[in-house]
Structures are given as C-alpha cells and as structure tokens.
Design a protein around this ligand. Structure first.
Ligand code: HEM
Ligand code: HEM
Length: 182
C-alpha cells in the first residue's frame, strides 16, 4: 500500500483528508485559543475553552493516526529538479509540524490536568487525570503551550508560503497533489 495512488504522483485520499481535516481543526483551535488568551474570563470564554480543548484533543488523536499512516505509506516523490536544500527544508518543516501538533495538545492537557481541572471531549466523556497535581508542572506546561503557538505560526508561514510559491511561481504540481481529487 502507498499514500500515493497507483501513478504515485499525488497523496492518497486518506492523507489528503487527514491533512485538510487537521488544518480545519487547527484553525478553530488557534482562533478560540487566541480569544481565550486575550479577553476577560466569562461564561463565554469557559465555553470557548471547552471547545478549544476538544478540538485540540481531536488534533492529537488525528495526528497519531496520521503519523501511523505516514510511517507505513510512502509520500509521492518531489519534483526531480528540486534542489537539496529545499528538500531538506520541506522535510524539516513537515517533521516539526508533526512534532508541534502532537506536543501542543499534550502541553495544553498537562496545563489543565496538573491544576486538577477536568477536560471533556465534546461533552461525550471525561479525559482521565493522567498527571500528578502540581502548580509548577501546570505553569511550565502553560508556558510551553503559550510559546508553542509561535512555532506553529512560523512553521505555517513557511509551509503555506512554500506551497503557494510552488503553485504560483514554479507552476509545478506540489500543491495539486495535496488537494482533493476533482
Ligand atoms: C494543536 C492543539 C492546540 C493548539 C494549536 C492550541 C493553541 C492555543 C493558543 C494559541 C492559545 C492562546 C495562548 C495565549 O496567547 O494566551 C491556547 C490557550 C490555551 N489552551 Fe490550547 N491549543 C491546543 C490544544 C489544547 C488542549 C488539548 C488543551 C487542553 C486539554 C488546551 C488548553 C488551553 C488552555 C487552558 C489555554 C489558556 C492558557 C492560558 O492563557 O492560561 N489547548 N491554546
Ligand atoms: C493550516 C494547517 C496546516 C498544517 C498543520 C499542514 C501540515 C502539513 C504536513 C505535516 C504535511 C506533510 C505531509 C506528509 O508528508 O505527511 C503537509 C503537506 C502539504 N501541505 Fe500542508 N498543512 C497545513 C495547511 C496547508 C495549506 C493552507 C496548504 C496550501 C496552501 C498546504 C499545502 C500542503 C502541500 C502542497 C503538501 C505536500 C507537500 C509535499 O508534497 O511535500 N498545507 N502539510
């Protein structure tokens, strides 16, 4: 089996679906996170936080599936004339995106759980308390979570910038192979 289809020139349906579902969940999570972090606490921010946490946990679960999929399926080859430094840059950016999208939800969860606060997944079930109660652990995890957002922004600027550069300037099929098949 392969992430690419039989001609191996594009990502397969599962990889494309996971890419865009996670991108959508991330957009919701970041927008709600920014609202929570920047407006005064109220009943609405409590609700926004609950949704933020659920989308964040969904990203974590989907990233685990995506990682397993990626490790067992080959990505389609990059354009042959792409220079080595760009190949290394792409691999590094993708690797760091995998890492931060797994680390951010963990840090968010630890920040909440170490303070003894509950986390529900879309109101369906409680996420078990997996950390000791520790104010220090919670504060450190909050610091990682709050600063981690800037790593995500930097990676996404590079990532989306590169995708658009390929599409608009180089006019190759790098963007098209990650888009749903028409
Ligand atoms: C990829 C997933 C996630 C992303 C990208 C993300 C991103 C963010 C961002 C941008 C903020 C605003 C930080 C600020 O400027 O103050 C935030 C705040 C917060 N997030 Fe997340 N988050 C994610 C997952 C989670 C999860 C899974 C939880 C908990 C289960 C969580 C709990 C929190 C909490 C409690 C805050 C408020 C922190 C504070 O200001 O005290 N997050 N998140
Ligand atoms: C917003 C959140 C996004 C995240 C978290 C994200 C993450 C990723 C990751 C981790 C990969 C590597 C796939 C793999 O080989 O496993 C990837 C590939 C790709 N992404 Fe995104 N992406 C996002 C948004 C976008 C957007 C908006 C575009 C287009 C403008 C885009 C275009 C692409 C393309 C074209 C590839 C394939 C690159 C290649 O073949 O090497 N992504 N993305």
């Amino acid at each position: 089996m392969n992430t690419a289809d039989t001609s191996a020139t594009r990502y397969g349906g599962v990889a494309v679906a996971l890419h865009w579902i996670i991108a959508a969940c991330l957009s919701v999570s970041v927008i709600l996170g920014l609202i929570i972090g920047n407006v005064e606490e109220s009943e609405s921010t409590e609700r926004a936080l609950a949704i933020h946490k659920s989308f964040g946990l969904a990203i974590f679960a989907l990233m685990l599936v995506r990682l397993a999929w990626r490790l067992t399926h080959r990505a389609p080859p990059l354009p042959a004339r792409m220079p080595a430094y760009q190949r290394i840059g792409a691999a590094l950016t993708h690797g760091l995106l995998y890492f931060t999208l797994l680390a951010m939800p963990i840090a968010g969860y630890v920040a909440v759980a170490a303070r003894g606060r509950e986390t529900q997944f879309f109101g369906m079930f409680d996420v078990p308390q997996l950390t000791p109660l520790s104010r220090m652990l919670s504060q450190n995890a909050t610091t990682v979570h709050v600063y981690g957002q800037y790593l995500i922004y930097a990676l996404l600027i590079a990532h989306i910038g590169a995708a658009l550069y390929h599409h608009i300037a180089l006019k190759d099929d790098v963007l098209a192979r990650m888009l749903p098949r028409r």
